[in-house]
Design a protein around this ligand. Structure first.
Ligand SMILES: NC(=O)c1ccc[n+]([C@@H]2O[C@H](COP(=O)([O-])OP(=O)(O)OC[C@H]3O[C@@H](n4cnc5c(N)ncnc54)[C@H](O)[C@@H]3O)[C@@H](O)[C@H]2O)c1
Length: 314
């Protein structure tokens, strides 16, 4: 199939591109390289340096390539940046999506895979793990634009019969991650420790080990993308591990993988930090036969090995 990956020069999108190519698909990547990197692009992929906000340039890609599937990873993906500039966030995440969806209808795309955020859209939940049908309470512009996008997908499905699947990622980590994105803490800790710098843990008064997150390895996220090529039309799936990990446990796991023991400093949680996130992944297991294969220790070791090899030191 001809698969358009938006954001395919980024951390997760480029890992997904590698997997689609390995499965024999033709991969077309659209990315404006704002946070993505040229060196992440697989050489076999066809690359267009295009901004999804530019409707004309985007349409030119659809005119040239006969796109079967859109796998939409491009986004403004920083929560603090969305707070600082909600207009930019909405332009990329909402207008960019609509530009794509208009092309999808016009050029007969068969399915859209949309990447949402299970770590952001549920907000400060009171019950864990969080299932897909629990209340969605986005509290940042980033989370709002992700959830709005989910509604637009439902609109295009009802209006134009355009199938979609939504993947709501937990906190993704792994090779090619950059420190300043959503869930950048793994990359931040690894880079700090490899450079012998002191890591910082943000805590709430009643959570001295830091916030609780659900960390999923990018290799498992890639597998979920492969599954939904054929399955899960009209559905949203949490893609995480269902396991709670505190920031301190994460740091210790990384320290063990690196073989260092630098004592962290602790600091007050920042405005907008969620206390806890843990996704229920039963639905993805039942519908897609998808399960995460990597535990935190194994995934972190692979990630550390990558950073060492690539010498991604600050
Ligand atoms: N990293 C996580 O833990 C996480 C969690 C939940 C959801 N997500 C979502 O996964 C997707 C990929 O995130 P990532 O962590 O790989 O981030 P990333 O920054 O590495 O990837 C995003 C890519 O989109 C590109 N891009 C941004 N704006 C663009 C525009 N206007 N036009 C064209 N390309 C543009 C960037 O250059 C980059 O290559 C995003 O949609 C993000 O919201 C990530």
């Amino acid at each position: 199939m001809n698969i358009l990956i938006t954001g395919g020069a980024g951390f997760i999108g480029s890992n997904v591109a590698d997997a689609f190519l390995a499965e024999g698909h033709r991969v077309i990547i659209v990315d404006n390289l704002s946070t993505g990197k040229r060196e992440n692009l697989p050489p076999e992929a066809i690359f267009y340096e295009v901004d999804i906000r530019d409707a004309d340039q985007l349409e030119a890609v659809f005119k040239r390539e006969s796109i079967d599937i859109i796998d939409h990873h491009a986004a403004q993906m920083s929560v603090p940046a969305s707070v600082a500039d909600p207009v930019y966030d909405a332009n990329v995440n909402v207008i960019g999506l609509l530009n794509l969806m208009q092309c999808a209808v016009k050029y007969g795309v068969k399915k859209v895979i949309f990447i949402s955020s299970g770590g952001a859209i549920y907000g400060e939940s009171e019950t864990f793990p969080i299932t897909e049908d629990m209340p969605v309470q986005p509290v940042s512009p980033y989370a709002i634009t992700k959830y709005v996008s989910e509604h637009y997908l439902r609109f295009y499905w009802h209006q134009y019969n355009l199938p979609y699947t939504i993947l709501r990622y937990a906190n993704v980590y792994g090779p090619r991650q950059i420190p300043h994105g959503e869930a950048g803490v793994v990359a931040i800790f690894i880079e700090a420790l490899l450079a012998n710098k002191t890591p910082k843990i943000f805590t709430f008064p009643d959570m001295p080990e830091g916030m609780i997150r659900d960390y999923v390895f990018v290799g498992d996220v890639v597998q979920a993308n492969l599954r939904v090529l054929q399955h899960g039309d009209g559905e949203a799936y949490n893609i995480g591990t269902g396991i709670q990990t505190t920031t301190l446990t994460l740091l210790k796991t990384i320290q063990n993988a690196i073989g260092t023991g630098i004592t962290p400093v602790f600091s007050e949680a920042r405005a907008g930090d969620l206390r806890c996130s843990q996704l229920d992944i039963t639905k993805a297991a039942q519908h897609l036969g998808w399960q995460p294969e990597y535990d935190l220790k194994t995934g972190i070791q692979k990630t550390v090995n990558y950073y060492r090899k690539e010498e991604h030191l600050p």
